[in-house]
Ligand binder design. Structure first.
Ligand SMILES: C[S@@+](CC[C@H](N)C(=O)[O-])C[C@H]1O[C@@H](n2cnc3c(N)ncnc32)[C@H](O)[C@@H]1O
Length: 292
């Protein structure tokens, strides 16, 4: 397994390269991808006037949803490592505050303390998830709550490897596959690891619940293939490929994604998540607070 510094710089480079694809598909990610975070949104139950942190906010769609829930007397703040995605989020939602930062290396997120933190499909991608989850905890008030989603294992998320494997033969080199506990879509396949990470990061009342959802996409094979390639591990290689290479990559992905397609109806992509909840505990101390 690579050391943490190497994993961090690999992560930052990956998301810098992936950003253009995520920006391009931001609307689809908000609409079709909504079930990916819906359970955590429901569990968080953001209330008017609360201050909520959105970790790994991408192009800001979930931050905007949180902002609507807390209303004008509250605030939602997004943080993401990818500068281009944060720029896109600011353009899409000019009234919301977004920060470019690696959650692992902050003491607290600017604007702390928050009442709660939300995160959709990000925690499993952190190079040092204990450090990242500890920053989130330090950024919350005592009794602050966390609700997040992450992927379970590859078997219950078969479309992810289908899109990548279908496209890969037509593209240049892909990022290295994760080894052991290295960050990647399925690094939290084992829920015991997730509990360990959160507990080491100082969270209490940790719960991990399996959650099965379906992503429903329109019956447009080319568009669905491109979306899933570009938001997956092959995204940067796809964008770097000449147009003549992109078409067979889409066709290859579409072929393997065909088993999720009902012609004339659309795609149903089965997706297995963990819904993660935790709290900072009533006696939680924030940085700079004296315990006595
Ligand atoms: C799978 S995407 C999910 C984006 C968004 N939450 C969504 O569901 O559409 C993961 C996001 O986490 C961000 N990210 C990865 N590592 C991060 C880190 N160490 N600190 C902050 N953001 C990070 C990436 O830039 C990316 O936007």
């Amino acid at each position: 397994m690579a050391d943490t510094a190497a994993l961090r710089s690999r992560n930052a480079a990956f998301w810098a390269g992936a950003a253009a694809g995520w920006i391009r598909h931001a609307e689809r990610q908000d609409e079709t991808g909504r079930p990916l975070g819906a359970a955590a949104m429901d569990r968080l139950a953001a209330r008017p006037a609360e201050r909520i942190l959105d970790v790994g906010c991408g192009c800001g769609g979930t931050t905007a949803e949180l902002a609507r829930a807390v209303g004008e007397t509250g605030a939602a703040v997004g943080v993401d490592i990818a500068e281009a995605m944060v720029t896109a989020a600011r353009q899409r939602f000019p009234d919301i505050r977004f920060h470019v930062a690696d959650i692992e290396t902050l003491d607290v997120v600017p604007g702390a303390p928050f009442d709660a933190a939300f995160s959709r499909m990000t925690l499993m991608l952190l190079a040092d998830p204990v450090a990242g989850c500890a920053t989130i905890r330090r950024s919350l008030r005592p009794g602050g709550r966390l609700a997040a989603t992450v992927f379970r294992d590859g078997g219950v998320n078969p479309w992810l490897s289908a899109a990548m494997l279908g496209a890969a033969p037509h593209l240049g080199p892909l990022p290295p596959l994760p080894v052991g506990d290295e960050p990647g879509p399925f690094s939290f396949a084992d829920p015991a690891r997730l509990v360990r990470v959160l507990t080491r990061a100082g969270w209490t009342a940790v719960t991990i619940t399996p959650y099965d959802v379906e992503l429903d996409a329109p019956d447009d094979a080319d568009a669905v293939a491109e979306w899933l390639i570009e938001v997956g591990p092959a995204g940067a290689a796809y964008r770097a490929a000449p147009l003549a290479g992109q078409a067979p990559a889409r066709a290859g992905a579409a072929r393997l994604l065909g088993r999720f397609r009902e012609p004339g109806v659309g795609y149903r992509l089965p997706t297995g998540l963990w819904l993660v909840t935790a709290t900072t505990g009533a006696d939680h101390q924030q940085p700079g607070q004296d315990k006595n």
